[in-house]
Write a protein that binds this ligand. Structure first.
Ligand code: PEP
Ligand code: MG
Length: 916
């Protein structure tokens, strides 16, 4: 049997494709960076010679307790020979030395989260050889000192500060702030001093043998897969732990050989706005890390057209070629060595939510990708971000007028954020997680070690760095509003305060950021919901999503089941919610919780009178007073949803929810008695008595839902009258009404058999009285496991089902929905006892199974049965996908989630589309 292939050369992308069977497989095997370097080589883009050690080798290394798998090292040495031949240089040869970088690269890009070492191959001997060859002594010793410090910190685990201290001392001695001002002698001296640091910290010398350097660097990169920052990042970005990282050994090209060299990063489109323009930065006479770290101030990429025009023209051509090849916005790194351009990386660029939508829509219009592909490229989280709160109206103008704007910087990641400031990642994370504070993290610049704080923060503000600095890239990816390079700020990390144009802001103070404009304000500015209509690209994309879902044949399904995708409806209790739902694209109301109308201040006393009534006449009298209120609410709903179905749920909660609590009443009664107050005492005492008699140990499993309607039918009789009067009145006004009356919490068919015919009678009576006809439905919620398993019977009465998955989850797990999240669910998820919080994402194996049975049995009885979901899960993308697979007609969610759900529904339709 031949030995396993652990190493792929720069020209072996086809072999990798053969082995894995797909481009996705190649990316998995060689990592994104390795795969794209190989692909660029294949299509004729200049890439320095390299080889890639596979992710399989990394996993084998980690599984074996940090031991290279058999044959891997030998293959690396062979790979090195091939690279030497292609580069026409030799590793460790003082007369013509090859230098390489050792770069991490996982399947998914994890910017800066894993390790990279540059300039491997330099030692005291090769350094001398390089000097002869390049006649640039300064450059060589600059590279050498960079190798020792990078190798020292990344491979040997020495703290950065140990080297920074020495460097700072040197700069102080020279009276300069910039590395570029240091002389050759200074750099040579730094090399020696850095070596001393290594010896002092580790007890051994900096390894002079280039082969040792390569071996140790490879081990360090593999091990960094399990480093804290990489693990934190994977958790946040949902990247599986078992992917592993590849190692790329790449011939070094130098951007720091002088002023005809340079290095930069660029995107083919603006990653913040999505605009079609080359966007990026570069630095002359610098090495890659200087740009990405955001430590030196960079130049805009277009400026390169003046300083290095030929390389710039060539670069422009390559960027176009790469975007056309990958049919996606590219994020590229390049180096120019003595006017010669080399591409060091290309990958699909990370982008803000706004840019994701714009680029997807633009690329369809440019004929690059299909509408379906555009839908797949935007995540539900992107849509969510775009509808996140923003500063409303003229809030910002007023803040500016009153002098509250204290800093401005680069608008690195859009969105509004309000929070208390903290100056380091650990404190930021702790305050957010433990103290539940809204936090804004403020730093001079961020490093990969800061990611946990950045993820916990509402916003990020830095005083240094540009649009492609670490802070900007990470913030954009996770949709955290961010401003970078607010250079008027001076951050004093010791005093834990910042000063900006005379204003001092201390740790814990509130500030507000607008990441879209780069403005920072003192205090808390007002946030509000943005409008969807103004976001035309998003509207276009969501209309495409609806088109996809509306196509018959999207779902393969048994006879009579829907073959289109899911519709998205909304849960709305008031006409204004319904209007928003409609504006956000809802095609119906899936749940109107009528009891919410009872809670309004003007109505509550009447509701209480109704509950406390001792005779049916008294109760009916109070209900007669409530009827006009309900009717007018329903009229508003029908009007807003003209032409669309409106599901109105009859009263559901236990009645004690409308009354004051027993403790409060008791206290009031006692106080009145003690003070000798008699006015109103009797009423209070009566109410206390009623509350006591109504007391239940488990009210959520007590007298509520349909049970209440059976015991006290007058309430739902009033509600049905109000619904049908409203529908009739609106019909007369020319509005098309489609009322659907929903009976909650059914557990047994007999409950429906008892109540539904009485209610239908009322409906018919009202229509006869009003002399109008319209179609209507009566149906039920499925929120009790017994209802789900007897759905076949229940569907003989109910014309529709709506899964109330809040209650269904509560009752299936036996968890109290009001207490579980607070008491133990977080621990359950942390310990992996449950994969997800089942109140957020449907538990497919348990609750989901009941739902599946209910749809199937229900439609066996009544093929036309309409099925929806109105629990909180209706707005959760994973749950929406599940609802698609079991044959729901629609999902219903909060109006604010409607756009997210529209996209998720289309993505589910595409994922499960029947193969053509
Ligand atoms: C449900 O139980 O999922 C539901 C929508 O009803 P409620 O949350 O009002 O109990
Ligand atoms: Mg419920």
């Amino acid at each position: 049997m031949s030995e396993k292939k652990w190493v792929y050369l720069f020209n072996e992308v086809e072999e990798a494709e053969k082995y894995t069977g797909s481009w996705d497989g190649v990316r998995g095997l060689l990592g994104g960076k390795g795969a794209n370097l190989a692909e660029m080589t294949r299509i004729g883009v200049p890439v320095p010679p390299f080889f890639t050690v596979t992710t399989e080798a990394c996993n084998a290394f980690l599984a074996a307790g940090s031991k290279f798998p058999a044959g891997m090292w030998e293959q690396m040495l062979d790979g090195l020979k091939a690279v030497e031949t292609a580069a026409e240089k030799k590793f460790g040869d003082p007369t013509n030395p090859l230098l390489v970088s050792c770069r991490s690269g996982a399947k998914m890009s994890m910017p800066g989260m894993m390790d990279t070492v540059l300039n491997i191959g330099l030692n005291d001997e090769t350094a001398k050889g390089m000097v002869k060859l390049t006649e640039n002594e300064r450059f060589v010793y600059d590279s050498y000192r960079r190798l020792i410090s990078m190798f020292g910190s990344v491979v040997l685990g020495i703290k950065d500060e140990a080297f920074e201290k020495v460097l700072d001392a040197k700069k102080k001695e020279r009276g300069t702030k910039a590395d570029t001002d240091l002389t050759t002698e200074d750099l040579k001296d730094l090399v020696e001093k850095f070596k001393v640091v290594v010896k002092a910290e580790k007890g051994f010398d900096f390894p002079q043998d280039p082969i040792d350097q390569m071996r140790l660097a490879t081990e360090a990169v593999f091990s960094s897969w399990n480093g804290k920052r990489a693990v934190d990042y994977r958790r946040a970005a949902d990247i599986p732990d078992d992917l592993g990282t590849a190692v790329n050994i790449v011939t070094m090209v130098f951007g720091n050989t002088g002023w005809e060299s340079g290095t930069g990063v660029a995107f083919t489109r603006d990653p913040s706005t999505g605009e079609k323009m080359l966007y990026g930065e570069y630095l002359l006479n610098a090495q890659g890390e200087d740009v990405v770290a955001g430590i030196r101030n960079t130049e805009k990429i277009v400026k390169m057209g003046e300083t290095l025009p030929e390389a710039y023209e060539q670069f422009l051509d390559i960027t176009k070629k790469l975007e056309l090849h990958y049919k996606n916005m590219q994020d590229m790194e390049f180096t120019i060595e003595n006017r010669r351009l080399w591409m060091l990386q290309t990958r699909d660029g990370k982008r803000t939510a706004k840019a994701a939508v714009k680029i997807a829509v633009d690329m369809v219009n440019e004929g690059l990708i299909s509408k379906e592909e555009a839908i797949k490229r935007v995540s539900p989280a992107n849509v969510d971000t775009l509808l996140h709160p923003q500063f409303m109206g003229n809030t910002k103008d007023e803040a500016k007028k009153s002098g509250k704007m204290f800093a401005t910087g680069v608008n690195a990641s859009p969105g509004a954020a309000v929070g208390q400031i903290y100056f380091d990642a650990d404190t930021a994370e702790r305050m957010a997680k433990e103290e539940k504070q809204k936090v804004i993290m403020v730093r001079p610049f961020t490093k990969p070690d800061d990611v946990h704080g950045m993820l916990a923060a509402e916003g990020i503000l830095t005083s240094e760095g540009g649009a492609t600095s670490h802070a900007a890239v990470v913030a954009r990816q996770f949709g955290v509003p961010c401003i970078v390079g607010a250079s008027m700020m001076h951050i004093d990390l010791d005093k834990r305060e910042l000063e900006s144009e005379g204003v001092i802001v201390k740790e814990g103070d509130w500030i507000s950021l607008d990441g879209g404009t780069g403005e920072a304000f003192l205090g808390k500015l007002d946030l509000g919901a943005p409008s969807l209509e103004e976001q035309t690209d998003l509207m276009t994309l969501l209309n495409w999503a609806d088109e996809i879902c509306a196509k018959p044949g999207t779902r393969t399904a048994p006879e009579g089941w829907p073959t289109t995708g899911l519709q998205v409806w909304a849960n709305a209790d008031y006409p204004k919610d319904a209007q928003r739902a409609r504006a956000y694209g809802a095609k119906g109301i899936g749940l109107c919780r009528t009891e919410h109308m009872f809670f309004e201040q003007t109505r509550l006393p009447t509701v209480q009178r109704m509950i406390l009534a001792e005779t049916s006449e008294e109760r009916v009298k109070a209900l007669d007073e409530l009827l006009p209120f309900q009717r007018s609410d329903f009229e508003g709903l029908f009007e807003a949803m003209d032409g669309y179905p409106v599901i109105i749920r009859l009263i559901d909660p236990p009645l004690h929810e409308f009354l004051p609590s027993e403790e409060v009443l008791l206290e009031e009664v006692i106080t009145m008695r003690v003070k000798g107050e008699t006015k109103g005492l009797k009423e209070k005492e009566d109410m206390l008595e009623s509350v006591k008699t109504m007391h239940e140990s488990n009210p959520m499993m007590g007298l509520r839902g349909v049970r209440l309607s059976i015991v006290m039918p007058e309430i739902v009789e009033m509600q049905v009258r109000a619904i049908f009067e409203a529908a009739a009145n609106m019909t007369k006004k020319g509005i098309v009404v489609k009322p659907e009356v929903m009976i909650p919490l059914t557990g047994h068919i007999n409950e429906l058999l008892h109540i539904q015919p009485r209610l239908i009678e009322i409906a018919k009576t009202v229509m006869a009285e009003k002399k109008v006809e319209f179609t209507y439905k009566f149906g039920t919620m499925i929120e009790i496991p017994r209802a789900a398993v007897t759905a076949g019977e229940i569907a003989s009465v109910a014309e529709f089902f709506s899964f109330g998955t809040n209650d269904l989850t509560q009752m299936t797990f036996g968890y109290s929905r009001d207490d579980a999240e607070r008491n133990f669910l977080v621990t359950y998820v942390e310990k992996g006892i449950l994969p997800k919080n089942p109140f957020q994402t449907i538990d497919v194996d348990g609750v989901g199974r009941l739902m599946k049975v209910a749809v199937k049995d229900g439609r066996e009885t009544r093929p036309s049965l309409e099925v929806g979901i109105c629990g909180e899960h209706g707005g959760d993308p994973a749950s929406i996908e599940f609802c698609h697979t079991i044959g729901n007609n629609y999902v219903s969610c909060s109006p604010f989630r409607v756009p997210v759900a529209r996209l998720a529904a289309a993505q589910a339709a595409l994922k499960y589309a029947p193969k053509k």
